[in-house]
Structure formats: structure tokens, C-alpha cells
Write a new protein. Sequence first.
Length: 335
Amino acid sequence: MQSAQPSKDRFPGNYKGLSGLKIYKCDVPPRQGQREVALRQSRILGCLLLCAAVPSLGTAATAYYSIGPDSTFSGPQGFYSVSAGGATWLFDISPSSLGFNGGLAYQPSSDQFFAIGNDFTGSSSLVSFSRASGGAITTINSSLGIGFLSGLAYNSADGFLYGISTDFGAFSTLKKISTAGVVTDVGALGFGFYGGLAFNPDNGLLYAFAGDSFGVQRELYSIDPASGAATFVFGLGDGSASFNGGLAYDPADQMLRVISNSGFLGTSAFHTFALSGPVTLSAGGGLGSGFINVGLVGAPDGGEPPVPEPSMSLAIAIGLLAGVMLGFRTRCKKD
């Protein structure tokens, strides 16, 4: 029969816990078997608590969206889902007085798209809309400036949009734009950036296309969003196609997506390529014609994945912890 006296070498003296709670002395003989059982129980309990405290988040595949011809093929107001398998018209963006050929970006936290539209005078406007809007927009700034025809990207590191404006002499400048529509000059890029803009969260750089010596949009540049310093990366393709339909980066596979246009009718195609060499461009998936609006962006398919409810493991873990403590206490006596 076990002694009723506490094991003094393991629990010497009285202890005071938080809030003045007295800790009880316990008769726990130092048996190896009991220690192993207690260790296993603590590991199981720890795993349950960890599963409860850090529930797995839902994930969604990346879908790609672009601006193309509207439903009547009269202007760049169509919002499409695009992939290597083709293009699917979703809705027309209103109003028809704007051509949305200045770029397309996506903000995950709000599940909102941002686009730059230009009127017949070349005046640019920043608007936002959602997939559920059916094409209705919110005008953020109708006086953004002139010449925003070169792409738009959302920088998830600082929460700002970045765009490229190009003057009548084809000189391009990087612009920083708040989601409220406030525009700040960042730095000069050089000549002929008309091919789209994307942000890479893995290295914090922007990427854009500029024209080669023949004016074909195929020279890829990395851009420092803090200074606007542009660094040539490589030339894409053989010059037979211009990559002016938009550019997007997916951190899931660390690949870039791009829309090319070739031929007299401007046949559009969807491609994938890597930043690391050798440069390989995937065979283009046909989209039709009219995707020449520097607008391509990736977003979770169907919207941002919902955060799941807390796991039932938390309730189970608390119940087990209570059971262990209750069983432990029945073997304790007050000093």
C-alpha cells in the first residue's frame, strides 16, 4: 500500500500560484511506468491543442482575369476569365464612355479589382469592382492623369497600387497610387513601356514589358517599386508576337502569365513562363482577338477562401485536460 505522505524530494514545501491559489502536494511515486504514461498523455494533449489553435486555412486555385472586347465587340469593356483553355466572357464593365485599357489589379483583403479606364481625350480614371458587381463600378479618381496605358499592379507588401504612365514622347514613368486614388511619382523608367505590369511578392519587385529595337513589347524588366529603377531581365519570344495583353505573377508556382498578340488581326494567346533560365514560353492557349489592354491578374477562384470555424479539437483538448487534472487532484491532499 502506498504511503499517504507526499514525495518530498519531488514536491518540497508549499507553493503559491497566480492569484494566490495554493498548489497541493501530491502522492506521485516516481515510477517509470507512470512517467511514461504521463509523457504520452502530455504529447497527445499538446497535439490536440496545437491542432485547435492553428486550424488549417482553406486554399483556392488561382484563376486569371483579363479585359477584352465587350459583348458587342465595340470596345475594351469586357471582363473575362482566361486560361490556356480559352477565354470566357463574364460581364461588361460600365460605363461605355471609358475604355479599360490601362491595367487591371486585384486586392485580396477586399476581394476587389482595380482598373484604369481612359476616355476619348486620354484622361485616365481609377475604378474598382467585384466579381459580384455585374460590371457596376465605383469611381475612385476620375482625374488620375494622362497616359495610363501600360499596366496596373497591387503591391501586397505596402498596400499600394502601381501604374505606368507614358507621355506623348513615349517616355514612361512609374506611379504609386493609393487605393483612395492619390498618385505619387516614383521614378523614370525609360521609353516604351506598354506591355503590362505585375508584382512579385517573393522578391518585392515589379515586372513590366518594354519595346525592343523594333518596338515589339517583348523585353522584360524588373522594377524597384521604391525608386523606379528598371533592370533588363531578358527578351521573350522571337519578335513575332507582342506581349501587350497583360502580365501576372503567381507565387504558388513562381511563374508568370502573359497574353501575347500576333498577326494582322491581333490574335491573342495565354502563355506561362519562368523568371529563371533558360527562358521557356509555353505554347499559347487561344483567346480570340482583342486582348490588347495590358490587363491580366490572378485571383482565388471564386473569391477569397473563407477562414474555417475553430476546430472541435479545442473542446476535446479542454475536456481531456480537465479529466487529467481531476484524476490528478483525486490523488492529492492539502498540505
